[in-house]
Design a protein around this ligand. Structure first.
Ligand SMILES: [Zn+2]
Length: 657
């Protein structure tokens, strides 16, 4: 409907309301002929050039003004040389970013676009299909284009991940810069600088950092390295060297959070030693752990080749001192070895279909169960061997993952391979029934597959060989090589066969591509442990429940409940589900007592003798009483050792240094 017909209709309504009732009868023919117009589709003509492996002519100057803390705004100026005779400059905003596993470039916050040639504004348009592409029409004789960008970073978490606060920031160049289309991003030269708020410290993996006043400049580099080298900056900063050319660069709102007791520093150093022993070589010349101890900055754990971006709860580091560690934060610290392992697995060795020449070409996620699954696997021994985490916490983490697959109905329909598409299809947003839909299972289920493979090799070779031999072979790097070497499924299988000949192709395809398999617990059993259920949460789940103020009752009543009684999640086909309890409803009372985590746990325990559990459930304005006959008691998954003595899994978690 156009505005013209709307106006005509409005006029009709205003002037002749009484006629309306009879009008259709008076004009409608007795038997209208059915008509259905049928247009032909307009083909989409590709207009953005594909990337080729040739150098972009010239070096792009990139200057970011990061001083507008008051409004959380970054302002970028880019001076982009153009080849003589260029009529249209095509610029791209990064969409498919390494490590994100989906097309989630934050283009909604890219604003204030203006382009100039010789100081005069020039017009731009956006591609009507590829909305991350911009065309800048150039006047004859143009030799460079100046671009101005205002990146309006999220002010609240509901708008996106908060990257700027009053006293620390996480600056990612992909968020506030454009790059020319048509070239591999490693072939685009850039010279970056950032103007920082007064008195702030700056940390990054970018080389050649110098500072003049508040302007921090870096050596010329390529756009790929720039995007892979984010900055953490802030008022309060502390740095620790934990190995040759490896530092922890930590930022916090409160300087008191920047305390790292000696034992913790030793564990961090030990983690690097254990990583060197495990992999045998280093695919980086230096490495910076960029860590924000913050609950204001949006959460992140993102791998880069020579650095990582991590947020941890403010008290994590200092908790080593006051004895809260690892009970309180142990569940969260494996992110540190996890992102480190990615330098080998994911950054250096990358699935050929995941590697892309720019941030426009879609990534294909088929081997994420290696990229993420094996990273998830190796972070366990690095944490336990170094002392970053306790062995108990590590066993609890494995139990928690394995346990979840014993009650996951979604396994029946959705094979692991299909969950590798989840970062694209679900875009990492919350889902109503993850036990039915499944989520990014290639992390934990992938890790359990590698546990099985490792324990099988150890068993079959009487401990002479293990997946560690595979790691040293598959991830072997020339020290300092921070490029990428890609691989296929067949090449992965070939390296496994070189360590221990077996029908790896069939085994892995069966585990990854087949729906309906039972929970992947064979690695635990081969490792000399078994998955059992106890009436108290394991250390890993207890830590998460305490930090996020909820109770996970999936293994008993089939739901998780926030400490205020609000249902947080419901197990598909579980007891709560069968009683029509869904996420967001509120459990007001249990057996006549106001809801609390203690009250419901007591009720579940008392119900073991056959007493029903009565829940008063609020749904909108309505209350109803739900009576549940459940006698199984409280249940959480644990790993317990079978028999006596050291098992393969024990040996796996033991220090090597
Ligand atoms: Zn990861």
């Amino acid at each position: 409907m156009t505005t013209k017909t709307l106006r005509a209709r409005a006029a009709l309504l205003a002037s002749a309301p009484l006629l309306l009732g009879v009008l259709p009868l008076s004009i409608a023919p007795a038997h209208a002929q059915a008509v259905r117009s049928a247009p032909t589709a307009m083909p989409i003509a590709p207009s953005v050039p594909d990337a080729v492996d040739t150098p972009y002519p010239g070096t792009i100057q990139i200057d970011v003004d990061a001083t507008d803390l008051a409004h959380r705004v970054f302002r970028t100026k880019q001076v982009i040389p153009v080849a003589p005779g260029t009529q249209t400059l095509t610029l791209l905003y990064p969409e498919w970013l390494p490590g994100h596993h989906g097309p989630d470039g934050t283009i909604d916050a890219l604003n204030g676009l203006r382009f100039f040639v010789d100081g005069k504004p020039v017009p731009w348009t956006r591609d009507n299909v590829e909305v991350y592409a911009f065309y800048i029409a150039l006047p004859a004789g143009a030799r460079e284009v100046t671009a101005e960008i205002v990146y309006t970073s999220p002010v609240t978490g509901s708008e996106g991940r908060v990257v700027m606060t009053d006293d620390l920031m996480n600056l990612q160049f992909n968020q506030m810069t454009l790059y020319p289309a048509g070239h591999y991003v490693r072939q685009i030269r850039v010279k970056p600088s950032v103007t920082m708020p007064e008195g702030w410290a700056t940390a990054t993996a970018l080389d050649g950092q110098t500072q003049a006043g508040n302007v921090v400049s870096f050596a010329e580099t390529d756009y790929q390295t720039l995007v892979d080298s984010p900055i953490f900056a802030g008022k309060h900063h502390k740095s620790w060297t934990i190995a040759d050319d490896v530092t922890i660069e930590a930022f916090a709102h409160d300087p008191e959070d920047l305390v790292m007791p000696e034992g913790e520093q030793e564990a961090m150093s030990a983690m690097m030693t254990e990583a060197n022993i495990l992999f045998g070589s280093r695919p980086f010349d230096h490495y910076e752990f960029l860590i924000a101890l913050s609950d204001e900055l949006g959460g992140i754990g993102l791998e880069h080749h020579r650095s990582t971006e991590i947020t941890l709860s403010p008290g994590t580091f200092k908790s080593w001192e006051d004895g809260q560690y690892p009970d309180k934060y142990g569940f969260s610290v494996d992110v540190i070895p996890h992102e480190l392992v990615h330098s080998w697995n994911g950054k250096y060795r990358r699935p050929a279909l995941t590697w892309t020449p720019d941030y426009r070409q879609p990534m294909r996620n088929d081997l994420l169960w290696v990229y993420e699954g094996m990273t998830q696997y190796w972070d366990l021994p690095l944490a336990a061997r170094s002392g970053i985490n306790t062995k108990d916490m590590t066993l609890a983490e494995i139990a928690d993952a394995a346990g979840s697959y014993t009650i996951e109905p979604g396994r029946e329909w959705r094979a692991l391979i299909d969950t590798t598409h989840d970062p694209i299809t679900a875009n990492r947003k919350p889902k109503p029934y993850t036990t039915f839909s499944r989520s990014e299972e290639y992390y934990n289920e992938g890790a359990l597959i590698w546990l099985e493979a490792d324990m099988m090799i150890r068993t079959e070779t009487n401990g002479a060989k293990s997946l560690e031999d595979f790691a040293r072979r598959f991830f072997a790097a020339q020290d300092g090589d921070y490029g990428e070497r890609t691989y296929s499924f067949d090449q992965l299988v070939a390296d496994l066969n070189a360590v221990y000949p077996h029908d790896w192709a069939s085994v892995l395809r069966e585990r990854v591509y087949t729906a309906g398999a039972p929970a992947p617990t064979r690695g635990i059993e081969l490792g000399g442990y078994e998955l059992v259920f106890k009436e108290e949460p394991n250390a890993f789940r207890a830590g998460i429940q305490e930090e996020y103020d909820y109770l996970n009752l999936y293994y008993s009543l089939g739901m998780s409940v926030n400490d205020d009684g609000t249902v947080r999640g419901v197990l598909w086909d579980g007891i709560a589900f069968d009683n029509d309890i869904i996420t967001g409803q509120v459990i007001e009372a249990v057996n006549g007592k106001a809801y609390s985590a203690e009250v419901i746990q007591d009720a579940i325990t008392k119900a073991k003798d056959g007493t029903p559990i009565e829940l008063l459930v609020k749904r909108g304005e309505d209350y109803r009483t739900v009576s549940i006959d459940y006698t199984g008691g409280l249940r959480w998954p644990w790993l317990v050792k079978k028999g006596e003595g050291e098992t393969l899994l024990d040996r796996f978690l033991e220090a090597r240094r």
